[in-house]
Design a binder for this molecule. Sequence first.
Ligand SMILES: Cc1ncc(COP(=O)(O)O)c(C=O)c1O
Ligand SMILES: [Zn+2]
Length: 409
Amino acid sequence: MTYSALSHLECSRCGARHDADLVQGTCPCGSPLLARYDLGQVAVSPRDIAGRPPDLWRYHELLPVRTPGRVVSLGEGMTPLITLPRLGRALGVPNLLMKDEGLIPTGTFKARGAAVGVSRAAELGVSGVAMPTNGNAGAAWSLYAARAGLRSLVVMPAAAPAVTRAECAAAGAELYLVDGLIGDAGKLVAAAVARRPGYQDTSTLREPYRIEGKKTMGLEIAEQLGWRLPGVIVYPTGGGVGIIGIYKALRELRELGWVSGDLPRLVAVQAAGCAPIVRAFEAGATASEPWPDATTVAFGIMVPKALGDFLILEALYATGGTAVAVTDEALLSDQRAVARLEGSFICPEGAACVTAVRQLRESGWLAETDEVVVLNTGTGLIYPDTVSAAAPVLPPSGSIPPVPAPVPA
Ligand SMILES: Cc1ncc(COP(=O)(O)O)c(C=O)c1O
Ligand SMILES: [Zn+2]
């Protein structure tokens, strides 16, 4: 059995077939290309997978890197799938689980896309990766590029989290800030790549392999539940690579016969200040309109127009899912609730999923019996300013008051 069962690339819109062993961007029709595998050739079983090292490369047959020696890894994957009993009870969803991507190299799930995308780019002979980013992906890609010995060019909005700039700088990336949004960064990157032989534009869904890394979140959820699927998966959606990837992964698993039955209902969560997918879903549309004047503290999901919007919407419609918008005020309050009740300091994007569960339970879309997995896509440590931490300053001669009353849940 070969290391990867990758067979070809397929256009997600027109279905055209493309060679997977050449450096590819989008289809000439402008749409993302998806990796396809010869699943009939996959001889491995879930039992074999269980004996492999605990990182995302345990699924290598379903990943695009052809040669084991080309894998660039920092140990990413197999993040915890933890129960949230106290929060779940408070929300009226006792079977609430969280896939915690805060415990992965670089601190966000972007490490998955970067590990697989950079490995495959290097295997295909690319010398530099170039990308627009809201911060976290740029940080992950520049660090994995450094490990692979590739150059990296990153352009991010000036308002992106400062720590992600520091990660890029530490990794030796060529870093630029733009006084605008991620779409403006994307235009600058595309123009630069056109003038730089050897560089690849690795923007969201403009190369085929980042999504392959992100789909491993779906593979892991299934494996961690004993090759069983939950009822609902709730995902903070910006460019949508994660949710499209999870949908792709679950369909591949069903085709392999490793899971059976209905797919989970997929829920795309967006910020009220930038909710193009929610608006499109509510209109029953198959594509979104650009969202004007986007704003939210959940910076990673601030994407006014996603290239893969039609794929996100397809995943929602096909699984009987939905799309939910949440306010910054509500998600920041839930960020604290998760830390207080469960001891986990999650990122604002992850907190948006908790607020979405709260709203969906209140509306009756979620039942008490539903098993719900929320994705926390990164650690709260990346966004220290989202929590105010006022504390009294004591003189050395001061004294600490008696034990305060517990904070109500
Ligand atoms: C922490 C975090 N969560 C979620 C997202 C949204 O990712 P996706 O492109 O998979 O929708 C991002 C993207 O930047 C992010 O940084
Ligand atoms: Zn096409």
